[in-house]
Every structure is written in C-alpha cells, then in structure tokens.
Design a protein. Structure first.
Length: 308
C-alpha cells in the first residue's frame, strides 16, 4: 500500500468517522453507502465453516459484503474454538490454510484443563488471555460439586445469564481485555502478517466479540456481523448437547440444561457489550479509536488489506 493511498484512506476514514460510517474499502467514497444499503438486505450471506473432527466452530471470516459493495477477502483471518483435540487429519487440513500466527485468548486455567493447541509443524500459539471473570472456575466448581442444589444456586434463576452479560461488559470496560483485542487487530492490519487465526475455548464469546468488532471495522453491516456472532449456536449445538447428555448420564448434573445459557451466544449478551461501548465511548467508532487506541492509519491499513 503506497503512502499516497494511505493518506487518501485516512482522509476518507476521517470523513466517515465524522458522519458515523466506515467505507467498505480504504479508497471507497462514503457517498456510495446509501446506494448499497438498500440492496444489501435482499442478499443472503454464506458463513464459511471449515469442517474438522476435533473442533466444531472453525470459520473463515472472509466473503462478507460491505456497505459499498466490497467483500472481505478470504484466506486471511480465521476464528475458531480450542484446537487441543485436533486429529492428524485436522492438522493436515489446518496446514492447508497457510497460517502464520495463532492467537489464543484462553486463560491459564483453561489451558491447564483443556490442553494446548495442536497446530501444524512450525506454528506455536501466542497466548493472549482475555478474562472470563472466573467463569471457567465457577463452571468447574458447579459440575464437580455433583450437588443439584448447589448447581441451581450457582447457575439457576437467571444467574448464568447475568454472569454472561457481565463478562461481555468487561470486553469493553477492562483495559487489559481491550489491549488484547487491540493488539490482535493491529497484527491483522499489518501488511507483513500472513493468515492469522484467533480462538478461545468455545470460539463464541471472546472470539465472537473479536470477530464482531473486526467485521464492523471493515464496514460489514451490523446485522451481518451479528449473524456471524449468533452462528456459533448452529455450529456448536450438537456438540454442546452431547456434553449435557454426558453430564446427566454420569450423574454429575441432574439438570444439565443449567449450562445452556453458558453454552450459547445470545443477542442480549452482545447487547450488553455494545451498551457498555455506547456508555463508555459514545459508539462503535469511539470504541475503536479511544477504547482500542487504533489510529486512522491502522484502520486504513485494515481496510486496504482485508477488503477487496
């Protein structure tokens, strides 16, 4: 990307930020926004899952249309759940993606219990933990208690849902969490960085928020970014149901449906994060620039690299 093109992109981005929109590509004109918006909702989007045996929520974030008719490039950014259970065939499939970096948002306790990623030769995951507010430990404690009354007291009565909303708020309010997301976005924007994958345990909350932010920063319409977020429910449904069934059969949980609010993604969880974003930064672009500290140069590079 030439310096002249970067300067033009910055000028366009500055104008777009001022009116509350982002262009589809670094060189696109904001005026095209209105001409495309009406057509967009009439077209179905395809979510590009990468089927593996040892991970169920692996996807290419490319292919989505942007407001002005651009498309997010495929083969550059991937999102996934934990990769510690990959089969040899899975690792071979992952090798075909040409990954040059894998970012792991899990905390140390998750790594301890679930195991490190299994990755193609020469690739080692970069640990970049994002807090879960102790959810993983709480979940382990509830299950290991084996006591229905304890599990109900810890997870029932809307408490699991409230816990999830609190976690999503910290994606925005925690300086440490913001720093981890911002670093990942800067790496994605780096023209020297090859294909990158990021993940957490289930690939739905920390990974879901990261993907929502990235897609919106690329001018993918908010409804599409939300659909990508909610799609984790489709990809994880069968596996999560098996987990619940196993817990019931083993006698560790009398009512494993208590886990459903923790296993699912929900619109109100996402709404909790965006409401926090609005309260703290006045909206999405304030979150990008003030919350994550991304300057216009970085946003322009992100657009130029990932949108065609």
């Amino acid at each position: 990307m030439s310096r002249a093109r970067i300067r033009l992109a910055i000028a366009v981005l500055a104008s777009a930020l001022a009116i509350g929109t982002l262009p589809a590509a670094a060189h696109a004109a904001p005026a095209a926004h209105s001409t495309t918006a009406g057509r967009y909702h009439q077209q179905a989007e395809t979510i590009r899952q990468i089927p593996l045996q040892g991970a169920v929520n692996v996807r290419d974030l490319g292919g989505y249309r942007t407001w002005t008719g651009g498309r997010v490039r495929q083969g550059l950014v991937y999102r996934s759940d934990a990769l510690g259970k990959l089969t040899p065939a899975d690792i071979t499939a992952l090798s075909g993606l040409g990954l040059t970096k894998a970012v792991d948002f899990r905390i140390p306790m998750e790594l301890q219990y679930d195991g490190a990623d299994r990755l193609p030769a020469g690739l080692t995951a970069t640990s970049r933990p994002v807090s879960d507010l102790g959810l993983y430990g709480t979940l382990l404690g509830a299950i290991s208690s084996g006591d229905p009354a304890t599990q109900e007291r810890m997870l029932g009565g809307g408490r699991a849902e409230a816990y999830m909303r609190d976690i999503y708020r910290t994606f925005v309010s925690s300086p440490e969490n913001r720093a981890q997301f911002a670093t990942t976005l800067r790496e994605i924007a780096d023209g020297k960085q090859g294909p990158l994958l990021y993940h957490c345990t289930s690939g739905k909350d920390r990974t879901g928020w990261m993907s929502y932010v990235l897609l919106r920063a690329l001018a993918v319409p908010e409804p599409t970014a939300t659909s990508d977020y909610l799609a984790s429910n489709t990809f994880r449904a069968a596996y999560d149901a098996q987990v619940r069934a196993g817990l019931k059969q083993s006698g560790r949980m009398q009512n494993p449906d208590l886990l459903i609010p923790l296993q699912e993604v929900r619109q109100d969880y996402l709404d909790a994060a965006t409401a926090q974003m609005d309260a703290d930064y006045g909206g999405f672009h304030g979150y990008l620039t003030d919350g994550l500290g991304l300057d216009l140069w970085t946003l322009a590079k992100l657009q130029d690299k990932l949108v065609r």
